[in-house]
Design a binder for this molecule. Sequence first.
Ligand SMILES: [Zn+2]
Length: 291
Amino acid sequence: MVTDTTYPASNLTGRILNHANQHHYAVGAYNCYNNDGVVAVIRAAERKRSPAIIQLFPWTMHFQGSQFIRYVVNAAHAASIPIAVHLDHCIKPDDVDLALTLPFDSIMVDASALDDDANVRYCKAVVDRARAGNITIEAEMGRIEGGEDGLPTVDMGAIMTHPKSVEAFVPRTGVHFLAPSFGNIHGGYLAGGAENAWDLERLAAIGHLVSTTTPLALHGTYPVSDELFQKAIACGVRKINLNRTVRDDYSESVASNARSLELTQLKSQAVEVYARSIERMMDVLGSSQRY
Ligand SMILES: [Zn+2]
């Protein structure tokens, strides 16, 4: 049992997001699936002097195993810039159990399929256990619809977060970061895009109530314009999940050169493309040149 009385202030994800809170910018949480993504985030962060969060799905814990998680954490923590490692959308209790044995800096507990009271009880129990490992917890309130890798696709209408219930949820659970549902969805937007789908007044109301102590996390960011990202940051969003936004050009580079380049050249070229996509977003989010 760690008896760190400074928790959660000593936690790396917390330090990164609290710095962003004090200086009114956001940090990208980049979903990585392999070593190329990890190298690209670290390279971009060091070149831009930008904090970053490397984000993995539970799929990675199973497909690549615990040793890969340890490698990612070691590589992130060895960087010359603060880079935290976060587990995104941890839905199954068994996955939470496994994740708490690994050196993640933070975990998103996705119990949004439960009703509100059960979500509160479940999140509080995980926060209580995570403290021992100096791991912080992000929770989802309401439901963020849509399919993402390994996430169920639900047909029911989106359930948005009620600002009033946020005020009770945060102290009852003790969660450190909050992912609100305000019309944001995973896996792409219908006609009119995120501009049409997002209820920014709701996001601002939630941010006004809790964001000074509980930084907000933004899910469902594909595609979103630079201007809309900046409006979300003005509402108190500090962690912005980025997946295909920074990965599509990398995938295109691999696909179009796979037959013509040696694997060493293919990887070098594609990782550089990936890093440049990430660097561009660091400028958009305002996280460049912060350290
Ligand atoms: Zn998400």
